[in-house]
Design a protein around this ligand. Structure first.
Ligand SMILES: [Zn+2]
Length: 251
C-alpha cells in the first residue's frame, strides 16, 4: 500500500520559536536513538537567527528525557532567563554563536567512534560520500584542559572551529554546527558514522580517499536543505513512532 506513512511528521508550528523548540526536542531524541546520548553529558543548543540567547535542555536531564517544558533559554554569559539551571559548560556554545552569525545550532556529544578517532589526532578523511559534507570543513582541537570548561577554553574551542562545520576534540568529543537544528543534527549523525568507517578502514589497510572534485560534488549535493529536511524528517518519524510521549509533548 502506498501513502500509508505521512512523510512530514506532525510537529510543525506557525511560530518560528516554537518550531525551533520542537525541533530541538526532536534533535535530543534523534541523537539519543543514534547512540549519542551519554547519560547526562553532552549538549544540543539552538537559537533563532541573530538572537543573543539560545535554548537547551535543563541540566541533569539525559537526551532521552528532553521535553518542551524543560527547555531553558540562556544568554551568552550562561544566565538562565527561564529560571531553571543549565550546564555551565555551555560557554563554548555562546562563544561559537558570538563568533559565527551563520550558526544557529550546535551539537556537542561524546560518540565513541569520533572520540576514538580524535584520540589518534587524525583528521577526518573523505572516505565515503556522506563524510564529504565535512570535506575541508572540519578541524581538530588538541588543547583540551579537562572537564571544566572556562571562558578561555570556550574561546579557544570557537577559534579552533573557525569557519568549519565540525570539530574533532582530542580526548573529548565533537562539535557540529549548523544553520538550523536540522543541519546540526544530521551533521552529528553523519560525522559519527564517518569516524567509524575511517577507523575500520585504517585498521584494515590504507583507505582510498575521494578525489577533491568528487568530495566537493557530494558535499554540495548532501548539504542541500531538501536533502537535510528529508533525513531529519525520517529520523523524526522513527522517534515519534517509538516514543508516543514525545509525540504528545510536541504535538
Ligand atoms: Zn563534552
Amino acid at each position: 500500500m502506498t501513502g500509508a506513512v505521512p512523510l512530514r511528521p506532525h510537529f510543525r508550528s506557525n511560530s518560528a520559536l516554537e518550531q525551533m523548540r520542537r525541533e530541538l526536542v526532536l534533535a535530543f531524541h534523534i541523537l539519543n536513538r543514534e547512540g549519542q546520548g551519554n547519560e547526562v553529558a553532552g549538549h544540543v543548543t539552538a537559537r533563532l537567527p541573530g538572537a543573543q540567547t539560545f535554548w537547551t535542555n535543563r541540566f541533569r536531564l539525559g537526551f532521552d528525557e528532553a521535553n518542551l517544558a524543560d527547555l531553558q533559554e540562556v544568554d551568552f554569559d550562561i544566565n538562565v532567563k527561564t529560571g531553571g539551571e543549565v550546564n555551565q559548560a555551555l560557554l563554548f556554545h555562546a562563544a561559537i554563536y558570538e563568533a559565527r552569525p551563520d550558526v544557529n545550532a550546535v551539537v556537542h556529544t561524546h560518540p565513541r567512534n569520533a572520540v576514538a578517532l580524535a584520540s589518534l589526532g587524525q583528521p577526518l578523511l573523505p572516505l565515503d560520500q556522506q563524510a564529504a559534507i565535512f570535506f575541508e570543513n572540519i578541524a581538530n582541537y588538541n588543547d583540551h584542559e579537562g572537564v571544566v570548561l572556562g571562558k578561555d577554553e570556550a574561546r579557544e574551542i570557537s577559534k579552533a572551529l573557525g569557519n568549519c562545520r565540525g570539530l574533532l576534540m582530542t580526548n573529548h568529543g565533537v562539535v557540529v554546527t549548523g544553520k538550523s537544528v536540522r543541519e546540526a543534527t544530521v551533521g552529528a549523525i553523519v560525522l559519527e558514522i564517518a569516524c567509524e568507517i575511517q577507523l575500520k578502514a585504517m585498521s584494515a589497510g590504507k583507505p582510498v580517499q575521494l578525489s577533491a572534485e568528487s568530495a566537493n560534488h557530494a558535499k554540495a549535493f548532501l548539504s542541500q536543505d531538501e536533502h537535510i529536511d528529508m533525513r531529519f524528517e525520517y529520523w523524526s518519524r522513527r522517534v515519534l513512532a517509538e516514543n508516543p510521549h514525545v509525540a504528545m509533548d510536541i504535538a
